[in-house]
Ligand binder design. Structure first.
Ligand code: GRF
Length: 247
């Protein structure tokens, strides 16, 4: 039987297509290199329907990253893409872009991804790339943040979620959580306290983005239509401690 080109086919009914599209979950790809405790916080949030979307793939540049097991255990596509198999940073990032794009993500979440990204990569996903960093940015960009904070004798430390730009750990901050540094703290105890705060704020920031409440505007991050202050929103030590049921 022939059919006129204008006749709506039952399989491509416009209204049905629209409904299907509107109800589709927002898609997240998470990049890791190691333990993946932040990934686990995102997986847990998704399990409680508190992520605003679905983690469709986890990609690690380290084949033995524990986070890949966390992904598999949660039934998420887990991909090892060892950077050592590529001749250059550009070649690796090119391959990474291809794997990410295959999953058609709305958002790419860096969760302990220990690689410096090329400008090409950052430009490709600009505005939909989030990272979490273990310090109250702009303080302590780079590595060993807890030890450096202790060496300086600071009384307050914390973590920051920020959009990724070409400046390492320099992109605009969305939200921070502070922690008081106690006299008895060492790098390990401080790391644990900061990690707990990371697990608190990262799923929230991801949810804001996936629900369309958070964007990267021309002048910086915008939440619910309002520009955020230069260091983003700040959760105090006391508020975070209360959320986390800390002593
Ligand atoms: C976190 O401290 C995060 O801030 C930093 O890398 C660490 C990753 O930890 N970017 P995990 O793998 O999520 O446990």
């Amino acid at each position: 039987m022939s059919r006129s080109v204008d006749a709506p086919s039952p399989a491509s009914d416009t209204l049905n297509d629209f409904t299907a599209e509107a109800s589709q979950a927002r898609r997240v790809v998470v990049l890791i290199s190691g333990n993946g405790s932040n990934l686990q916080a995102l997986i847990d949030a998704q399990a409680y329907d508190e992520l605003g979307g679905e983690i469709v793939a986890v990609i690690s540049n380290q084949a033995d990253a524990y986070g890949l097991k966390r992904a598999r255990d949660a039934g998420i596509d887990a991909v090892a893409l060892p950077h050592r198999e590529y001749d250059s940073r550009e070649a690796f990032d090119g391959a990474l872009i291809k794997v990410i794009e295959r999953h058609e993500p709305d958002l790419i979440v860096l969760a302990g991804f220990m690689r410096i990204l090329t400008p090409l990569f950052v430009q490709r996903f600009y505005g939909r790339l989030l990272n979490i960093h273990p310090s109250l940015l702009p303080a302590y960009q780079g590595l060993d943040t807890h030890a450096r904070a202790l060496d300086d004798g600071v009384t307050e430390h914390g973590c920051s979620v920020h959009f990724v730009t070409e400046e390492l750990d320099g992109g605009p901050v969305v939200v921070q959580a502070a922690v008081t540094v106690d006299a008895g703290d060492d790098a390990a105890s401080l790391k644990d306290k900061v990690h707990a705060r990371e697990h608190l704020i990262y799923p929230i920031a991801v949810k804001w983005f996936l629900e369309g409440r958070l964007q990267l505007g021309q002048q910086g991050p915008i939440l619910d239509g309002m520009p955020l202050p230069p260091q983003g929103l700040r959760l105090s030590h006391a508020d975070a401690a209360e959320e986390l049921d800390e002593e």
